[in-house]
Design a protein around this ligand. Sequence first.
Ligand SMILES: Cc1cc2nc3c(=O)[nH]c(=O)nc-3n(C[C@H](O)[C@H](O)[C@H](O)COP(=O)(O)OP(=O)(O)OC[C@H]3O[C@@H](n4cnc5c(N)ncnc54)[C@H](O)[C@@H]3O)c2cc1C
Length: 461
Amino acid sequence: MILSRRAFLHLGSSAYLTPWAGGQQPVIDRAIDLPGSDRYRMACKLFNSRLEPKPAAVKKCFSDDEVIAGIKWARAQKKSISIKSGGHCFEGYCMADDSLSLDMSGMNKMSFDQNAKTLTVEPGATLRQINDFLLAKGRVLPAGSCAGVGIGGLTLGGGYGLLARQYGLTCDQLTALRMIDAQGAVHPCEGDHELLKACRGGGNGNFGVITQFRFRTRKAPTHLYHRRFKATHLTPEKVSLLLETWFASTQELPRDAFSAFVLNGKSLTVLLTHTDLESQAGITEKMKPLAKLVDTVTRYYAPLYPAAIKAYYGRPGPLPFKNACAGMLQGFAELKGVVEALARQVADTGGVIWQCNTLGGAIQDAAYKEASVFAHRDCNYMSEIQGYWDDPKREAAVIKAVDAIQTSLADHGIRRHYCNYPDRNFTHPQKSYFGDLGFLQKIKLQYDPDDVFHHPQGVRV
Ligand SMILES: Cc1cc2nc3c(=O)[nH]c(=O)nc-3n(C[C@H](O)[C@H](O)[C@H](O)COP(=O)(O)OP(=O)(O)OC[C@H]3O[C@@H](n4cnc5c(N)ncnc54)[C@H](O)[C@@H]3O)c2cc1C
């Protein structure tokens, strides 16, 4: 659209600008927001307020055509492209410095096929929006728990949550997608298409812009059964014993169960959930050794599933934090020798939490493994480190403690990580995140040989 000077001024400082090539007439694209404008400032706010992204420009997209226009603009300006859906990336890779960030948060339309029971959804839809939409139909998409996470980034890196052991990762439910590549070409794909496989665990900002997903959905559980185990005033030795016991108790949980070991200061909370009432007796039996070691075990409570999951929606952002994957694990053996030091480090700095979550179950099904590049299916657990502060003066101390924990874990040989929980300090991120790098490089060459979609920790060719 070519605007008169008056119309241009009327649009204000956020209305811009032009890939101006030689003697051609400038094309004013009012949807490109550049530094200095209010819209740019607003667009650069991420869920993690610790991050101060400095993209060269932001383009909010509402259609495939706008995505294509953005890609053309970036190529003309010789800018790389980063892609933002829900804006929850721990390190802000959705708004990489000096890139054009394509903001997909406005592309959040959904539809449900009643016969096939499939969900078609654009990448900017949040987990809360998807839950609201599907639960009204008695259906659910196995996904993460926090309300504001975007389905775009979550799916492309894997996506795990309370139902993952029962049904697999979010990417395992993915049956089709549409992607726009570095040339602006549109690729719909389904079935055993290699691009679909690459996007199940390796698709975050690597090959192109996914503008639509289709997922199979599952019958929503009626209830979520919960129970918590708590212990306080823990010594490092006691943490080690509790952790070893928890690992032993959770090795063979039924598929509908999930557990998390959450160490916060000198206190422990173990969360246990499941969706099938029949699992209760067996789980109670398995958790008996842990129950004997803790201070309290809550009674079971069983809210209706739609209400229960809201308890896991998390704090509304933006808020400052430093979180990262602290290792994909097979069992206690990998942590033995470092647990006591870890417990001391967590106890020493207020605001630091170390958490370990159960994986396994359906995540390890051969069909899902075959059809995806998610690299950690053999891992029964994922641990994460979290650092929070309310007072900005605490930021440096918390980050220092988180970094020190990451260093001691890496020194202990824990180097496999979930790409959706990135840490900019990982020394070999591609090796840590991805399995079949050769396959991912082949897909990268096919759709983005010039690395226009340059992800700071992405696939390199
Ligand atoms: C509070 C919180 C809770 C979380 N809970 C869970 C959880 O329960 N389970 C879980 O598995 N993960 C969880 N995560 C991690 C989450 O999966 C990742 O942060 C995920 O990448 C977020 O997706 P997004 O679209 O919100 O983020 P964004 O920051 O927008 O994107 C993340 C990455 O994906 C890429 N990307 C986004 N959209 C597209 C697209 N359309 N096409 C191509 N690439 C794209 C971006 O380039 C970026 O690299 C949580 C994160 C936070 C902050």
